[in-house]
Design a protein around this ligand. Sequence first.
Ligand SMILES: [Zn+2]
Ligand SMILES: [Zn+2]
Length: 394
Amino acid sequence: MGRDDPLDTYLVHHPEAIFQRPVESTVLDPDNPYVLAPHLCAAAAELPLTDDDLTLFGPEAGALLPQLERRGLLRRRAGGYFWTRRERAADLTDIRGAGGKAVQIVESATGRLLGTVDDASAHASVHDGAVHLHQGRTYLVERLDLDDAVALVGEADPDYSTIARENTSVSVLSTDLEESWGAARVHFGSVEVTHQVVSFLRRRLITGEVLGETKLDLPPRSLRTRAVWWTVTEDQLEAARIHPEELPGALHAAEHASIGLLPLFATCDRWDIGGVSIPLHADTGLPTVFVYDGHPGGAGFAERAFHTARGWLTATREAIASCECAFGCPSCVQSPKCGNGNEPLDKRAAVRLLDCLLARETVPESDAERIAAGRVAPEPTPTDPEAGPAPTEG
Ligand SMILES: [Zn+2]
Ligand SMILES: [Zn+2]
C-alpha cells in the first residue's frame, strides 16, 4: 500500500522501478572509521585480530588499529590485537569516538526510568516543554539537563503536540568529486553540518493549528560527514522563470523530495540522511542544495547519490510533477522531519528548478539509449505555472 511520502508516490506511478530492476546493492562505506572501528573491536573481542585477519576488513583497517590502541580499546600482543575492556564491544557507546551519553528519561514524581533517547536526537525530542509519548501515555518534559544527560518528565494530558524547529547550516570542507551538467554542477565531498534547536511549536491535536512558538536555549551541535550538493546559476534561474521570492521554496521543496527518493537509489532510510537548501551559499556563491549522511564520517549514501545523481534527481522531478496535489503534500515535497515546519515550499517552482538542473546541451548516451528503447518519454513536459491548479483525479 502506498503511504503519504515521495518514495511511495513515485513507486505508485513507476511500478517498474520495483518489478523491472535487478536486486539493489546495499550501501555501506566499509572504510568509514566510524563504521569500521566498532567492527574491529567486536571482532577482536571474539578472537585476537592477527595481520592475516586485516585483509578481511579492507585497506583502512591497518591504519585504524594503532588509533584504537591509543584510545585504550585494543592492546597489541604477540598473538595479535586484543580487546581490553570488561564490557562487550557491542555495548560500548563511546566506541564511535563521537556522540555523548544517551539521555535518560525519568519521571520526576517517582524517579522511574522510562527510557532513553540518543544524544543526537535529545535536543529535538526531549527539550524543555516537549510532549513525549511513552507506551501510550503522554508526558511533558519539565527540564532537560544536558550536563547530567537526564530529561525529567511528568505525566500530562496536553491538547497539543510539539515540534522542534532547528537551524542547520553546512560548510564545505573539501570537494572530492565534481560533475558539470551544462551550467549546473553536482559535487561530492566532506562537510561540517551544524544544527541548533532554537524553538518549538505547539500544534493543536487533530487540526494541526499552531498555538504558539517557544524559544529554547540549546547549544549547537556539529557533525562532520559526507554530502552531495548541486548548484544552479543565476542565468539558469532566469531561464526557468524562478523569481527570487520563489527560490527558497523551490530549493527547499526539491531538497525534501530528493531526500524522500534517495532510498530508491541508495539502500537507506530518509531518517539516515539530512538536507539543507540555501539561495546563496557562502562556499559555493550560488543557490545550493545539500544532502548529507546523518552518520559521522558518512555511511556511503551521499556518495551513492552522487554516482546516481541523474537518475535520482530525474526521479525526484517526476515524483513532484506527477503528484496529484496542487501545492505540495506529504507525498511529494513535505517532509515529516523538516526543521523549518515545511516552510517555505514551492512545488511548481521546484519542478522548473529541477528541469533547468537536469537540462543539458547534449543528450548523454545512456539517456539516448533509454529513449531509443522506449522506456522513457523523450522530453518531460515542463509544468506551466500559468495553467492553474494541477489536475486531480477522484
Ligand atoms: Zn503532493
Ligand atoms: Zn525542510
